[in-house]
Design a protein around this ligand. Structure first.
Ligand SMILES: Nc1ncnc2c1ncn2[C@@H]1O[C@H](COP(=O)(O)OP(=O)(O)OP(=O)(O)O)[C@@H](O)[C@H]1O
Ligand SMILES: [Mg+2]
Length: 353
């Protein structure tokens, strides 16, 4: 242990297809990139959000750290998917102590799990004379224990377990400094989960995690074209090596079917949001996409066409100082979509120092 020296806390995003680690330095208004690592996980290491191979995950975390000279031992990580429940609830006015005492009781009716099995967190997001808005986030305890175990096995200390969709929002806020006139949808398309977060300025209006993502495209290609996982991934990414003989025109309709599902799920989320919002004048102006799944050729344009909204790529390094001698700009722009959640987790890490 290094006494007297402030510990740095990195952001560690354990995704179902790869692990990303980001370390930021500096102050909140002038952040700089200190460390970055990104490595794929073998297929089926994480299934349905559950880490099946704890050793594989911890080995990959260690590889990332040793390959990129990242020595920090403290990390913020995140959870997402259907074991995470996020709700905005409106309560009568009450003191902080009263809220603290009654939060479990209030949360109970909004969370479809036994409270004994979840870890609950909350935050007051707004207050008027006759109401208090509270954002509650709950995650199945077994999910948290599972990710903590993998991180500890790698010799790291998970200091905070955040929620991916909020990390995404943190990443957006720090990079775009939005004001209240800006209403955007943050859309992170991972391998198995899409995080949708409708945000006004720095406030989340609605979030939904959908268990659809890039791996669904791979699955469909794999099953219908009789390919291995690696071959289907290559076809999806437009790298046709080793997959000669596959009819080019067999691919497109398969991809389109999944794109339609993705688009319908986002549309459904917008419909849910509109049905539950008190302020129907708040109109989403654009979608900022991230996640490896968003790199599928033509997907952004197709979503824009179907959802009738501009779609832009979220830049997780937009306001972060990056030393081009240490981090290759070409590589960085290539992996930018995958790094959004990890940057948001790292921002949380800086706040903790
Ligand atoms: N060039 C590309 N074209 C198409 N898809 C791509 C490309 N690059 C990466 N992907 C897909 O992106 C997905 C991985 O994205 P990401 O790293 O954001 O997911 P993850 O964080 O591992 O998963 P999750 O958050 O869902 O657990 C995979 O399905 C992968 O096939
Ligand atoms: Mg992810």
């Amino acid at each position: 242990m290094r006494f007297g020296k402030k510990k740095t806390v990195a952001g560690l995003d354990v995704g179902s297809s790869s692990i990303k680690l980001v370390e930021l330095g500096g102050k909140m208004n002038s952040l700089s990139l200190v460390g970055l690592g990104f490595e794929n996980l073998p297929d089926n290491t994480i299934v349905d959000g559950q880490i099946m191979e704890l050793n594989v995950v911890s080995d990959v975390i260690n590889n990332i750290c040793s390959n990129h000279q990242i020595t920090t031992t403290h990390v913020v990580t995140g959870v997402s998917g259907h074991s995470v429940i996020i709700k905005n609830i409106v309560l009568p006015p009450m003191s902080q102590e009263e809220l603290e005492e009654s939060i479990d009781w209030h949360a109970e009716e909004h969370i479809p799990y036994d409270l004994a099995d979840v870890s609950l967190d909350y935050q007051v997001t707004g207050e008027t004379a006759d109401s208090k808005s509270v954002l509650i986030a709950a995650c199945k305890r077994e999910r948290i224990d599972n990710i903590k175990q993998a991180i500890q096995l790698a010799g790291k200390t998970p200091v905070v377990i955040d929620v991916d969709t909020f990390a995404l929002q943190n990443c957006y806020e720090i990079n775009y400094q939005p004001d209240d006139s800006q209403v955007v949808t943050l859309l992170n398309i991972g391998a198995s989960t899409m995080n949708v977060n409708i945000v006004r300025g720095a406030r989340s209006l609605f979030t939904r995690d959908i268990t659809v993502g890039g791996s669904q495209f791979t699955d469909v290609l794999q099953r219908n074209l009789g390919l291995s996982f690696q071959q289907a991934e290559a076809v999806k990414r437009g790298v046709m090596d080793g997959t000669e003989g596959i009819e080019e025109n067999a691919i497109e309709p398969l991809i389109n079917d999944v794109t339609e599902i993705v688009s319908m799920e986002i549309q459904k989320t917008f419909d849910f949001y509109r049905a539950t919002t008190e302020d129907s004048n708040v109109v989403v102006q654009k979608i900022l996409i991230s996640g490896g799944g968003s790199k599928l050729a033509g997907l952004a344009a197709e979503l824009s066409r179907r959802l009738e909204l501009p779609v832009e790529v979220l830049d997780p390094f937009r306001s972060i100082n990056v030393d081009a001698r240490k981090f290759d700009p070409d590589y960085l722009s290539e992996i930018m979509p995958e790094m959004a959640v990890a940057v948001g987790l790292a921002v949380r890490g800086v706040e903790l120092r």
